[in-house]
Structures are given as C-alpha cells and as structure tokens.
Design a protein around this ligand. Structure first.
Ligand code: PHE
Length: 347
C-alpha cells in the first residue's frame, strides 16, 4: 500500500488558511485577489485536480473527492463574503452621500412683468371690452407718415411740437408719436369702419428730465366710420378713464390744438390724490392732463382713403408712462427705462 499523497495535507492547510484570510476581507478588490489566489488556475485546489492522474491508483478517488469538497467550501465561503462586502459598501455609500432633507431649498428666481407691460395690458383689456383691436405700427417712420399725411407740412410751425430724431437717410425718422399709425390703418382698411388702438415706443430728441424721456410709449386710439361724433369720443374716453382710475372720477375736455384733429382737446381727470382740491401732484390745479384727442381732420381722412363727406372719426393719444406715474405716484419718468431692479421689482 502506498503512502497518503502529500496533496491531501496541502489541501487541508490551504483551506484553513484561505478561510481565515477571507474572514478578514472588507473590500471588493482584495476579494478578487483572494479568489485568484485560492480558486484560480495556480491554486492548490486546481493543481490537486490536475495531479490526480499522477497519484497512486488507490488514492485517486480520495484526492478527487477532497479537492471537490475544498473547492465547494471555498466557493460557498466566497459567495457569502461577497454578499457581506457588497452590503457594507452600499451602507458606506449611503452614509457618505446622505442628503440632508431638512436643509432649506434654493429659491427659484422668478422674474416679473415690467410696469409698462402691466399698464399696457390694462389699457388693452379696457379697450378690448369696447371692441377696439390692437394694431402694431412701425417705430421707424417716414417724414411723410409722421408729419405730412397728418397735415403737418414741412416748415409748418407745428413741427416744433415734436423734436425729432432724423437719420442719415433723408425722409426717415423715428416716430415722434403713434399718430402715423392712423394713416397706415386707414390705408389698409378703407372704406371699412375702424376701431383700433396703436401702442408702441415713440422717440423725441428732448432734454431728459423727470417729466420727459427720449423714448416712451404712447397708445393711440382711432375710430373711423359713419356718423362718429365728438360725443362718441367723449363717451369712449370717459368710459376708459373710469375703468382705469375709478368709477366716479370726473373728467373735462379743454380746447387744444393738433394739426391732425379738428376740433382738438386735452382730456384731464380730476386729481385722485387730492380729489380736486389742489396738491403737489396736480400742481394746485385739481386736474391731471392725461391725453390729447379730437375729431379726425378731413385732410387726414382723405389721406387715409376715406371721403370726409361720408366718414368721420375720432383719435386720441396717451402716454402710459404718465398713467403709471399717476397710478403709482412715481415721481420720475426716467425710472421706467433706467433698468434699476430696485424700481422694477416693486410691480
Ligand atoms: N399725437 C399727439 C401727440 O403726440 C397726441 C394726439 C393723438 C392728439 C391723437 C390728438 C389725437 O402729442
């Protein structure tokens, strides 16, 4: 009978050593190294299998059996350890990346609408209720539309009412008011009736002050049709002013002059700061001027393509910055386009 093969003792030693080392392992990397060492090609277990053919015949089954047991034991232990290692890694990751849900969140920065956008929308809404559509005209105009077709010929002294931005190209101006839009709508619509408002930026080459800017909004009002009277104008503008300010504010029309309306007027509203008694806002008069208006001049109707014998109309023009200033008691018009967030945030 041959001696017991030495490999049997080696297997037992290898198993003990491997299991002892495995019990210490905490991380994935040493775990893989352990696997290569004790279950890899060069490991004792694997060489035991390849040694079987060289063993004495009567021990071959025994070597095979023991090698198998050791292999299974190591594999089972590895699997168990691997689970512990993965779980520990997960626990560590959760602890490291812990989210403190009790911290206050970050406030999203939300913008707001510009005070002029807000007041324009109010104006649009009020006129929409009375059947007026918004018509957008252009900011860059020709001298012809801005002045001539509005009954203001070259060299007419009335041109002094609007200090104008000209550009290098002759005959091209930045519109000084929204009135040239009247001609554009009329030429587009003639001979249909018109009920529109024309909002937009106007530009004047003026000394900037707390009362005037080189750039500002206007809203033009235009109604053209048959039998439109001064009374229609008064009723429409009164209706607008009462919805905008308050239901029982008093208004008055003062005679005025514009080349494109005849007769012309200025509409004043009773000062809502002092109720008409006189204060610093109304400069003691008890009245606040809010728009120019009048019956469309026959020449302007003709220029727009309407026969003044058949059609008539009224027009008005207001400055929404002025209206905002009155509504919010803002003392300087320059705040609107000065881009100061401290002002803009208040609306
Ligand atoms: N366009 C005039 C201005 O800018 C205002 C106005 C418009 C007056 C319509 C009468 C009719 O001052």
């Amino acid at each position: 009978m041959s001696e017991k093969p030495i490999i049997l003792a080696e297997l037992e030693q290898a198993q003990q050593k491997a299991l002892a080392l495995l019990a210490e392992i905490q991380d994935e990397e040493p775990l893989q190294a352990w696997k290569r060492e004790y279950l890899g090609k060069a490991s004792t277990v694997m060489s035991a299998f390849s040694s079987i053919g060289g063993q004495p015949k009567e021990f071959r089954p025994l070597v095979g059996q023991v090698a198998n047991q050791v292999k299974q034991a190591l594999e089972a232990a590895l699997e168990q350890r691997a689970r512990i290692v993965t779980e520990a890694a997960l626990t560590r990751k959760i602890a490291d990346e812990r989210v403190d849900v009790t911290l206050p969140g970050r406030q999203p920065i939300s913008g707001g609408l510009h005070p002029q956008t807000l007041v324009l929308r109010r104006i649009f809404a009020i006129f929409a209720e009375m059947g007026f559509q918004v018509y957008r005209s252009r900011d860059v105009e020709s001298d012809e539309y801005n002045f001539e077709l509005l009954n203001i010929p070259a060299h007419h002294p009335a041109r002094d009412m609007w200090d104008t931005f000209h550009i290098d190209q002759p005959g091209v101006v930045l519109r000084t008011h929204t009135s040239p839009g009247q001609i554009r709508v009329m030429r587009e619509q003639a001979p249909n009736p018109i009920r529109v408002i024309l909002p937009g930026m106007c530009y004047r080459y003026e000394q900037i002050s707390s009362r005037s800017e080189i750039q500002f909004n206007q809203v033009e009002v235009l109604a053209v049709g048959k039998n439109i009277t001064f009374g229609d104008m008064k009723g429409t503008l009164n209706g607008f002013v009462r919805r905008l300010f308050n239901a029982d504010v008093r208004t008055r029309l003062r005679p005025s002059y514009f080349p494109f309306t005849e007769p012309s007027a200025e509409m004043d509203v009773e000062c809502f700061v002092c109720g008409g008694k006189g204060c610093s806002v109304c400069k003691g008069s008890g009245w606040l001027e809010i728009m120019g208006c009048g019956i469309v001049h026959p020449t302007v109707l003709k220029n727009g393509g309407y026969d003044p014998e058949v059609y008539s109309g009224f027009a008005a023009g207001m400055g929404p910055e002025r209206i905002s200033m009155l509504l919010h008691k803002i003392e300087d018009i320059r705040y609107f386009w000065g881009n100061d967030a401290r002002f803009l945030e208040q609306f």
